[in-house]
Design a binder for this molecule. Structure first.
Ligand SMILES: Nc1nc2c(ncn2[C@@H]2O[C@H](COP(=O)(O)OP(=O)(O)OP(=O)(O)O)[C@@H](O)[C@H]2O)c(=O)[nH]1
Ligand SMILES: [Mg+2]
Length: 327
């Protein structure tokens, strides 16, 4: 293929060629300026073909069963005639080579499905950088005709909020504990969830899962609802036995129907687009700041002065920002 021309990529993606899809994503992930420029052209052209997929975010602690769940849900959806893309936001993946990469072997059946596409988290970089690449990859997958995009995260740092800000529906997978359900739960996660699902509701664990679901239902009740039309349900499932999986998908679709009818989905996506723009602006400004010759020259000295207490952080910040304005 001609690897210089945007049209080679654009046409390939639009006709759903996997090899071209992968190559386009590689361009998006590349930090070479020439690649980035090419990727921007491709993205611009593909943008009108995006936005039609169901965007589903999934999180949960390591071992909760995310990969097994995605394999089960993915196979169910592919069986129903859907085309499913699985992406990941994992800023720590530079360390391990990508959790989803390792998972590809755990998502054995889905990985070889022709109507499924699994892409590991882009390696390296900040959460912001990884998120940008994943977002753009999501758009490319939509243009390639995938009508369900699943974005997985293991929940390091702010990654849950980041994933929640790029999807329509955010599902939190949980495990039944020993009665102390709310102890181990990460702060803020319940506010992000559009549904909770207690996984591993099978065998001896079934009763415990039901009890945990009751506790979570109560907890969610106490939180102010994020929407007037949607109360996050608490479900149970077994990714291994494949029970409760369809119910969860029906919940995703019910949420989609309601939020489409009320206009909330369109509004959410508009807000997400604006939020995305602002995070790119912030990232860009920071980068420019750090590269600016005047800042590079003065920063060490000013930093030392702040450490010694001979200048206040406020004055220091103002001084540095001022020198940016005046050069
Ligand atoms: N009994 C039971 N075991 C499950 C279920 N789902 C997953 N498991 C098991 O739990 C273990 C972890 O499952 P994974 O799917 O790898 O979990 P994960 O959340 O992807 O884990 P990380 O990728 O490490 O974050 C595996 O041994 C699975 O077989 C379930 O529904 N029931
Ligand atoms: Mg996994």
């Amino acid at each position: 293929m001609n690897t210089e021309h945007p049209h080679t990529y654009i046409n390939g993606v639009l006709s759903g060629e996997r090899r071209v899809l992968s190559k386009t994503i590689t361009l998006i992930e590349s930090s070479l300026p020439a690649h980035q420029q090419l990727a921007r052209k491709i993205l611009d052209a593909l943008l009108p073909h995006t936005g039609k997929a169901v965007r589903l975010g999934i999180t949960g602690v390591p071992g909760v069963g995310k990969s097994t769940f995605i394999e089960s849900l993915g196979m169910t959806l592919v069986g129903d005639g859907h085309r499913v893309a699985v992406l990941a936001v994992d800023p720590s993946s530079s360390r391990s080579g990508g959790s989803v990469m390792a998972d590809k072997t755990r998502m054995e059946k889905l990985a070889v499905e022709k109507n499924a596409f699994i892409r590991p988290s882009p390696s390296g970089g900040t959460l912001g950088g990884v998120a940008r690449k994943t977002r753009e990859t999501m758009l490319i997958c939509e243009a390639a005709g995938f009508d369900v995009v699943i974005v997985e995260t293991i929940g390091v740092g702010q990654s849950e909020a980041t994933v929640a800000s790029m999807v329509d529906f955010f599902l939190v997978l949980m495990l039944a504990g020993a009665g102390d359900e709310l102890q181990g739960i990460k702060k803020g996660i319940l506010e992000l969830a559009d549904a909770l699902a207690i996984n591993k509701a099978d065998g001896d664990n079934l009763e415990k899962a039901d009890r945990a679901a009751a506790v979570y239902k109560n907890a969610l009740h106490l939180l102010r609802p994020a929407s007037l039309t949607w109360t996050p349900p608490v479900l149970t499932c077994s990714a291994v036995d494949m029970t409760g999986i369809r119910e969860i998908w029906r919940t995703v679709l019910a949420h989609r129907d309601k939020s489409t009818a009320s206009g909330e989905l369109a509004q959410k996506r508009q807000q997400q687009a604006l939020q995305w723009m602002w995070s790119l602006i912030e990232e860009g400004l920071k980068r420019r700041f750090g590269r600016h010759p005047e800042i590079i020259k003065r920063l060490p000295q000013v930093s030392r002065a702040v450490q010694k207490g001979s200048i206040t952080p406020t004055a220091a910040a103002e001084e540095l920002l001022f020198s940016l304005d005046n050069s």
